[in-house]
Design a binder for this molecule. Structure first.
Ligand code: ATP
Ligand code: MG
Length: 419
């Protein structure tokens, strides 16, 4: 894409009402727009990042057999009364003109359990897992963490359905592995720890995937040796002994929960009547698990962890574009022609490239390029015209390499098509 055509603009100053680094940088770079506290719109660059994150999550959920669906956002109170969750403060509730109440979905156990009850009758119908990537609404008290705590945000929620606890336990481990893959692919695997957190009636612990970052709202204790963490809320002598770690070996850190996996057992299947007939013809409640990731919170966490004092820094896997061509030419001169030709070549090869073809001073273009955070910057100046050699700067490391046009074209690979 030509930057001269991009309708969004960058800003020098962070908006005064944003305290979170992720929102400050994403607003400045024109990736998102703040509608009101805790409510953001995703602009073209931001949506490209979000779609890539969503696609990584989708691929890993498909790899463990997840079946994608899309549930309605408008929720029927009748289902939620059966599980005693209609009276919670988190709801945004609304009313029908025709009379009667509705809620905007903030999670979806009730809806999916009810649907499953119309499709499952025998042990032969189990196990299965279904997921969606959907906007959720929560009437959060605080909304100071930018896109990491929205009142409207995207969630991937997967639900699994089993005949017994053993089958759930096995799937739970596979889901945990899939989560590790997601966070590694998204570029923050080394900062993200499977964290022991409180369980429910059906398991002693649940697991949060916590990304270490100063702005995180949670406190965790990391065991580097075991590659796990413990949420402060459950740090007791009993937990330490369960996990075989000593208090002295743990490092305290702020962290943000970007994913969460939880054994629901029969918490929802019993009140909502989701059961199956086993081999002996006996009726049993279905055993369930739920598995959430917030793609928008994950996007915020990537910014919190990787951005530097000059702006955003995207890993290639989620960057809106792979390459940023910065032309130092003026309209129609030799430099511009060289940059145009390079742009055309890269586009033809299938490389995702944004091309700064605007008539601005070099300093302004470099500052914008740093702010946008595209992984590779190719500078086209006088030298490139004369020698056919381009300066390629790595945004994350700042390292500069001189690469000939031919080598450049062969070294850049289009993204593997994943659909
Ligand atoms: P928190 O304790 O941070 O409020 P939660 O325990 O309420 O999170 P879940 O209900 O398990 O979160 O939601 C699953 C995932 O959805 C979370 O791991 C997080 O990534 C994301 N998420 C939850 N609330 C928000 C929010 N307000 N804004 C953005 N993402 C969210
Ligand atoms: Mg919450």
């Amino acid at each position: 894409m030509r930057q001269s055509q991009l309708f969004t603009k960058t800003r020098r100053e962070a908006p005064s009402d944003e305290v979170a680094k992720n929102a400050q940088l994403l607003v400045r770079a024109g990736y998102i727009h703040k509608e009101m506290a805790g409510v953001y719109s995703y602009l073209p660059l931001g949506l490209r990042v979000l779609n890539k994150i969503v696609q990584i999550i989708r691929e890993e959920m498909n790899a463990i057999g997840g079946q994608e669906l899309l549930l309605s956002s408008l929720q029927n109170p009748e289902l939620w009364k059966k599980t005693d969750r209609w009276e919670q403060d988190v709801w945004f509730k609304t009313a029908l003109n025709a009379g009667g109440e509705l809620g905007l979905g903030w999670t979806q156990e009730e809806a999916i359990t009810h649907i499953a009850s119309q499709h499952v009758s025998s042990y032969r119908d189990l196990p299965f897992a279904a997921y969606q990537i959907q906007t959720k609404f929560r009437n959060e008290e605080r909304a100071k963490s930018g896109i990491m705590r929205g009142r409207e945000f995207l969630m991937k929620d997967l639900y699994s359905f089993h005949t017994d606890q053993k089958d759930l336990d096995a799937f739970y481990e596979r889901a945990a592995d899939a989560y590790r893959k997601v966070f590694t692919r998204a570029g923050i695997g080394d900062k993200t720890f499977a964290t022991f957190a409180s369980g429910g009636a059906f398991s002693k612990y649940s697991h949060e995937f916590q990304t270490l970052c100063e702005s995180g709202e949670d406190t965790v204790f990391v065991s580097r040796e075991k590659n796990i963490a413990i949420n402060k809320e459950v740090l007791t002598d009993e937990v330490l002994s369960d996990l075989g770690v000593s208090r002295d070996s743990l490092e305290e850190s702020q962290a943000a929960e970007i994913g969460n996996i939880f054994k629901l057992g029969t918490r929802f299947s019993e009140p909502l009547g989701l059961s199956y007939l086993d081999k002996e013809g006996k009726k049993n409640p279905v055993v369930m698990g739920c598995y959430g990731i917030g793609p928008t919170r994950l996007m915020g966490a990537i910014v919190e962890v990787l951005a530097d004092e000059n702006g955003l820094v995207w890993p290639e896997s989620v960057a809106p574009f792979t390459v940023h061509i910065v032309s130092l030419g003026k309209d129609g001169d030799e430099i511009s022609k060289t940059a145009d030709a390079l742009y055309d070549d890269l586009v033809k090869t299938g490389i995702e490239v944004i091309y700064d073809d605007r008539d601005l001073r070099a300093g302004e273009k470099f500052a914008d390029s740093d702010l946008l955070g595209i992984p590779k910057r190719i500078v086209v100046g006088k030298d490139a015209v004369k020698t056919g050699v381009f300066e390629v700067v790595n945004r994350a490391t700042g390292r500069m390499e001189k690469i000939s046009r031919v080598k450049l074209l062969s070294s850049l690979q289009p993204p593997a098509s994943s659909l």
